[in-house]
Design a protein around this ligand. Sequence first.
Ligand SMILES: [Zn+2]
Length: 251
Amino acid sequence: MRLPAVALLLAGLVCAASAQTTSTGTKWDYIGKYGPLNWGKLDPAWKACSVGKEQSPVDIRNAKLNKALQPIEFHYLTGPVEMVNTGHTIQVNVAPGSYIVYEGVRYDLQQFHFHHPSDEAVKGKLSDMVVHLVHKSSDGKIAVVAVRLIENRGEPNTLLSTLWPSMPKAVGQTAKVSDLVNPGGFLPGDRGYWTYTGSLTAPPCTEGVKWLIFQQQMPVSREQIRVFSAIYPVNSRELQDPHGRTIEASE
Ligand SMILES: [Zn+2]
């Protein structure tokens, strides 16, 4: 008789832990009444989630080739990182100093985090996972570099092999990674990308975000997916209406 009671209690705890609050104190989640369809109603500051016309993610199709698009310049440093289980994803905070330059603007790398499956689709197809590298300029503009990860013949992702053993399993838990990390390890050899203007894919769904999505996917092993999805089975937002926005391709 005792075992089922314990199991029920544990299930209750897991459910309570899955819908986490933000720094503003508002609870949100990826399913149920705190899920994406209701984000815009949960907090007045999150209105863009429901009424915004530049929301992300979008399905990437019919991209317009623009040969004038510049390469993204990466200036990533090797340094210490800290992993945080935010209640919505595993976020990796980096030491200051890493940045990109895009269209003449410097954007400093703040953190990177993961979604399973990918938020963004290409011609209707999601990837197994995606890493979002979030950058901010000195005047507050946000640029997110997205690297889609695909399970392919069991090949592991080298950088995830360094990070995953330290993954904090409990919500709110943080963990230092013993090895130094260079986020450049996520970047594909082929630097062709798609770009469009969108939003954060989680509350507050802030718009005016420059999205830079690599066309080439990087590997992730089934085991690496399993480790993440054991904590976050689904942490991606459904595709949003592009409302006539143009997606450009660098090549
Ligand atoms: Zn993200």
